[in-house]
Design a binder for this molecule. Structure first.
Ligand SMILES: Nc1ncnc2c1ncn2[C@@H]1O[C@H](COP(=O)(O)OP(=O)(O)OP(=O)(O)O)[C@@H](O)[C@H]1O
Length: 614
């Protein structure tokens, strides 16, 4: 369906729609550039990014399924209308940044998972409705939530333990909540909790521990005893069952790994083929008779495990890059690790290799994925790191459709560039003897943590990669200076940073990495950007290279910062090394870039502003 068709279908499930009479198929399109022709529609670049249908007397059904067709929709407001019934299934619109449903007659319990997966949601207003039951638990883990207004409903039970540090306003006043206020909300104003008879703890009066859930405190305690008793009986039965099963099986160990694994503490290692689960271990061991295998840990602050533990774990291949393959392996009951098996590290003696791994293991920075351990055998090298759940920047920039995830917005992209720059500056400081301290900077080697902070990986490896393969495979050796003059310089990583910046701003994949081996004179992406933007001095915020998916940038600060970053990216991609920025200058210029002030980059609901004034 086209945008107008989607809006008309959406309108057909509403009642009392006289305010939407200019929503008509044969009239003007809903958006004309940034201007809206249809009432209550918010436009950016000809796309619908918001619906602000406030104070229109609307009722009927909010047809969320139809709205899923509007791929640029980021904000929804139905404030001050007459909608009733249960809350719509808003998490089908998981790219939304703000939702305003206050001042309607929505009612009933909200399912605990109603907001699960809404990782972009910053503002949620549900004030002054008739909602009952518990505050949905999924709200407590939304990573970007800043403002939550649930006041003036009939929410009951305890307040969930909000995990976010960034919460700015949480208004829970005038509900039927009870119990103690979680520590994460202690710094809120007391008025945010007023009108709830059962709440206690900072910033309200302290909880009286003896009489806390008081008056009818006897009843719950009896129930607790009954539940504990039943639970105890279950556990006893389970233990008996396990003993019986083991008895029946006799004394043979169920897994061949178990007996020798327990000796590991005293033995120096074990024979790989005795213990490994077939797939992963066969690939690692190559079917050859293995020597003893023991992981060397490069950090003291990490829980110890050994290669057998990883081999036992069911492994999943994450991907095969130019150097080999990466496997994800979950240790039983413990952390999830990634083991990268390098094909091209065979020319180094044990001591030389160990020395370098120790050096890498000493690095500590918020924007580096730490090396945890390594394994050295003459013909086999493995590096072990933590698994990063959100995956790589490459996946977020180029694979979001398949993941069903919203694309990265501008503030997130700027945060990633700033983090990458900081990580690089640290590598330059700590590894001054390496000509290219990273050497392999590209978007699949930038992983993203839970709050989209970038973590560089695969850094500092040039000294232990076989020279011939390095020249063929590593990003540093694809730089114009290497292709033309056969040398890399202190500014080679700056070129990698420039290509990454252009990739982040344009959303386009740098074609060079697709060609194995030597690339063209300079990166195709940089050539394309230069051909579109022309003379750097003459560039304006209207240049056509920016990824449209970065989202609304109507305000001038953001547009200006994007343009500045584009200029920095191009100056980092200068073919002439003399003219290219050095790392220090590039990092300084990146650090100066500003986001628009304030807490939000979407619209401020008119009714919400009025409410906030009260
Ligand atoms: N620690 C990790 N956590 C999560 N994903 C990871 C981790 N390390 C690597 N990956 C992802 O696994 C995939 C394979 O990574 P790998 O490092 O083997 O190859 P690559 O980065 O694509 O290429 P290259 O071998 O040239 O570095 C990539 O998509 C990468 O982003």
């Amino acid at each position: 369906l086209s945008d107008p068709e989607i809006l008309l279908k959406f309108k057909s499930s509403l009642t009392n729609v006289s305010s939407l009479e200019n929503w008509e198929n044969n009239s003007m399109p809903p958006c004309n550039g940034h201007r809206a022709n249809w009432a209550g529609v918010l436009c950016y670049n000809g796309n619908i990014w918001g619906l602000q249908l406030e104070s229109m007397g609307l009722s009927g059904t909010i047809d969320v399924n139809t709205l899923t067709g509007l791929s640029n929709l980021r904000t929804l407001s139905f404030m001050n209308n007459s909608f009733n019934g249960p809350i719509p299934e808003l998490n089908k619109l998981n790219a939304l940044k703000s939702i305003y449903l206050s001042k309607n007659n929505f009612s009933g319990d909200i399912p605990g998972n109603a907001f699960a997966g809404m990782i972009w949601l910053k503002k949620l207003h549900l004030s002054q409705n008739l909602f009952t039951g518990a505050i949905p638990a999924s709200l407590a883990t939304l990573p970007k939530l800043l403002v939550l207004k649930l006041d003036g409903n009939r929410f009951s039970g305890q307040i969930p333990d909000f995990k976010q540090n960034g919460l700015q306003k949480v208004d829970l006043s005038n509900n039927e909540l009870e119990g103690s206020i979680p520590a994460s909300l202690n710094r809120m104003n007391a008025s945010m909790f007023s009108g709830n008879k059962g709440l206690c703890g900072v910033p309200l009066k302290t909880c009286d521990s003896s009489a806390a859930p008081n008056s009818n405190s006897k009843e719950p305690s009896i129930w607790i005893i009954v539940v504990l008793f039943i639970f105890g009986v279950f556990i006893l039965l389970a233990i008996l069952a396990v003993i019986l099963i083991n008895h029946r099986r006799g004394r043979q160990p169920t897994l061949s790994v178990e007996a020798p694994a327990s000796n590991l503490g005293t033995k120096a290692g074990f024979k790989e083929e005795e213990h490994a689960s077939p797939g992963f271990s066969q690939q690692l061991g190559n079917g050859k008779k293995a020597e003893t295998v023991k992981l060397s840990f490069v950090r003291d602050d990490r829980e110890r495990f050994d290669l057998p533990d990883l081999l036992k774990a069911s492994a999943e291949i994450l991907g095969s890059g130019s150097f080999g393959s990466s496997y994800k392996a979950a240790l039983s009951g413990g952390p999830v690790m990634v083991v990268k098996r390098y094909k091209e590290m065979n020319n180094f003696g044990k001591e030389e290799f160990q020395e370098h791994m120790k050096r890498i293991g000493r690095l500590r920075h918020n924007n580096l994925l730490p090396l945890v351990a390594y394994y050295y055998r003459k013909e086999e090298k493995l590096l072990v790191t933590d698994f990063v759940k959100k995956g790589s920047l490459a996946v977020h920039l180029h694979g979001h459709q398949s993941l069903g995830q919203p694309v990265l917005d501008w503030p997130t992209r700027l945060k990633i560039v700033k983090g990458v720059a900081k990580g690089l500056a640290y590598l330059y400081k700590e590894l001054p003897s390496l000509i290219a301290p990273h050497g392999h900077l590209k978007s699949s080697n930038v992983l993203l943590n839970e709050s989209f902070e970038p973590l560089l990986t695969d850094y500092g490896l040039i000294p232990v990669i076989n020279q011939e393969s390095a020249q063929e495979l590593m990003v540093a050796y694809k730089s114009p200076e290497y292709v033309q003059h056969g040398r890399i310089t202190k500014k080679t990583d700056v070129w990698g940073l420039g290509v990454l910046i252009l990739e982040i701003l344009t959303g386009k994949f740098p074609a060079n990495f697709l060609q194995k081996g030597k690339g063209s004179d300079q990166d195709d992406l940089a050539i394309w950007v230069k051909s579109v933007v022309g003379d750097q001095e003459m560039m304006s915020t209207d240049v056509e290279v920016f990824d449209k998916d970065m989202g609304a940038t109507r305000n001038s600060t953001d547009g200006e910062s994007m343009l500045q970053l584009l200029k920095i990216g191009l100056s980092c991609c200068e073919v002439d090394v003399e003219k290219r920025l050095d790392l220090k200058d590039a990092v300084e210029r990146i650090e100066e870039l500003k986001l628009k002030g304030g807490i939000d980059d979407d619209f401020y609901s008119l009714v919400a502003i009025e409410e906030d004034k009260k």
